[in-house]
Design a protein around this ligand. Structure first.
Ligand code: PLP
Length: 501
């Protein structure tokens, strides 16, 4: 391999095309080796201290060029061991999103062509691919909204913010675009205490204020339409203006699913915008047994679903759909002279659908994945994850003390430890310690939440590399950790009743 300095001593110009090819092959070789040995690697670094992880990167900016081979060596020596391996088959923390080969290569293509999808003429074919990709994604979510405004954004947090911004623009009674907050009514947004924090963040950004996010407390994880109706009526009687309801198709904590159809009924009668956070749950509809029980989203005003959570795409691919044609464009379109084009069709200019002007070609990785696997291939992969979650749940059900915190049709398995001898606090403390031990062991990683005031382990299953043996090995690790903690209690090393996790 050449030294990667472009044959120019690194003083001007880019690498020669042959050098790009050689360096690219060297990188792909390393990645292939990385993927063949994933099973034997730790999911997370053993030592997570900032000192340990950050130390190798400190130092002055190099004055002279570094050969690419050396950069690869350094990256594999200092970066790779300090990463949490989201593609690891034992990564079950948060939502276990994994990347796939076509999506990785799609990102490489995107960077190579340095596409900027802001107006039609800045990236015509990319804009067309984004339109088609969004139509396919809408189809996978069961949305039949041919005229919808839709856009790919980096994540569900921003998608929700954009949806609420469009809701506000459509509300009437106050021109938010021109007047801003001056003389504006006090808006209210409704959700549950299980709803993702991105809704409160959107309220901060939009000047709605977190106090005006009405988080209805729910005991069973889902939003009650009757309570929602009462909350809206009460707020109206106090002079608030109800803006939107955010319903969940798969909550972060326990993958609960709100009764979206009944909520849509209330929203329709009250003329309140319904945004559905289907960031996690949206694409599981392609599994027939899940489609049977998921509510339809037809009457929602907007929906967000994340290919980067479920469809084997690397981070930063989230799809926002708004049922009302033009709703996003009315909210965000603002065209300075230098961006005026001859097409005169604002649907084609992707800068009009969000706050972002310069935009990467994030549709390509999704487009490649959808075609590489096809609907059938995606369905069978997602079905496989559902089977794995069922097998783990069966293990939990057989165990005398572990129980699911809440059962979901989606493959997020949650576990609480119930042993009358330990009480709730002792069970929570044991679960927290088991959590720590599993992650310290290194073969798997899980995360946690609090649900119904209990400490629950969260095991998200959905990684493209996860096989039955990885779930078996996770269960073994859970049992080992449980045994260690209980032995510690017997020997007086642990006092499970003492502190709350
Ligand atoms: C249900 C739900 N909504 C929204 C988000 C925010 O997603 P993003 O990270 O794409 O902004 C998450 C993140 O995990 C989530 O679980």
């Amino acid at each position: 391999m050449s030294d990667g300095t472009g044959g120019t001593g690194g003083s001007f110009g880019d690498w020669a095309p042959e050098e790009l090819r050689d360096a690219g092959i060297a990188l792909l070789d390393r990645l292939a080796a990385h993927f063949s040995s994933l099973d034997t690697q730790r999911v997370r670094p053993e030592d997570l201290s900032e000192e340990r992880i950050a130390a190798p990167f400190r130092g002055p900016l190099p004055e002279r060029s570094t050969a690419f081979g050396e950069l690869l060596d350094r990256t594999w020596r200092d970066v790779v061991p300090g990463l949490t391996q989201w593609n690891h088959p034992g990564h079950h923390a948060y939502f276990s999103n994994s990347s796939s080969a076509p999506a990785m290569l799609g990102e490489l293509f995107t960077a190579a062509f340095n596409v900027n999808v802001m107006v039609w003429e800045s990236a015509p074919a990319a804009a067309a691919v984004e339109r088609q990709t969004l139509d396919w994604l809408a189809d996978l979510c069961g949305l039949d909204w041919p005229e919808a405004d839709s856009v790919l954004v980096d994540g569900a947090s921003l998608a929700t913010c954009y949806a609420l911004c469009a809701a506000r623009q459509r509300l009437g009674g106050h021109n938010w675009r021109e007047e801003g907050a001056s003389g504006a009514p006090r808006l209210r947004v409704y959700c549950t205490d299980q709803t993702h924090s991105s809704v409160a963040k959107a309220a901060i950004a939009l000047g709605i204020g977190t106090r005006n996010v009405v988080q209805l407390r729910v005991d069973d994880g889902i939003l009650s339409p009757a309570r929602l109706r009462r909350a809206i009526a009460e707020d109206r009687s106090h002079g608030f203006v109800p803006l939107a309801v955010v319903a969940n198709l798969g909550t972060t904590n326990v993958a609960a699913i709100d009764p979206v159809e009944e909520i849509a009924e209330v929203c329709g009668e009250e003329r309140v915008w319904l945004h559905v956070d289907a960031a996690y749950g949206g694409f599981w509809r392609i599994v027939p047994q899940i489609a049977e029980v998921l509510p339809t989203l037809a009457r929602a005003d907007s929906v967000v679903a994340n290919p980067h959570k479920v469809l084997f795409c690397p981070m930063e691919a989230s799809a926002l759909f708004v049922r009302h044609p033009g709703a996003l464009r009315e909210t965000f379109s603002l065209v300075p002279e230098y961006l005026r084009t001859t097409t005169g069709d604002d649907r084609l200019d992707h800068m009009n659908y969000s706050l972002q002007l310069g935009r990467q070609f994030r549709a390509l990785k999704v487009w490649w994945v959808l075609q590489s696997f096809g609907r059938e291939g995606l369905r069978s992969r997602l079905e496989h994850s559902v089977r794995l979650a069922e097998s783990l749940t069966a293990r939990i059900d057989e165990h005398p003390h572990w129980r699911p915190a809440r059962r979901s049709v989606l493959p997020l398995v949650t576990m609480v430890y119930d042993d009358p001898a330990l009480g709730a606090e002792g069970g929570d403390r044991l679960a927290a310690e088991v959590h720590r031990l599993i992650n310290a062991e290194g073969g798997s990683a899980v995360s946690h939440t609090r649900y119904q005031d209990r400490y629950a382990l969260r095991v998200s299953i959905g990684n493209i590399h996860t096989a039955h043996r990885h779930i078996e090995s996770l269960w073994d690790s859970i049992r080992r950790a449980e045994k260690t903690v209980l032995e510690g209690v017997e020997h007086g090393d642990h006092d499970l009743a003492r502190t709350r996790p």
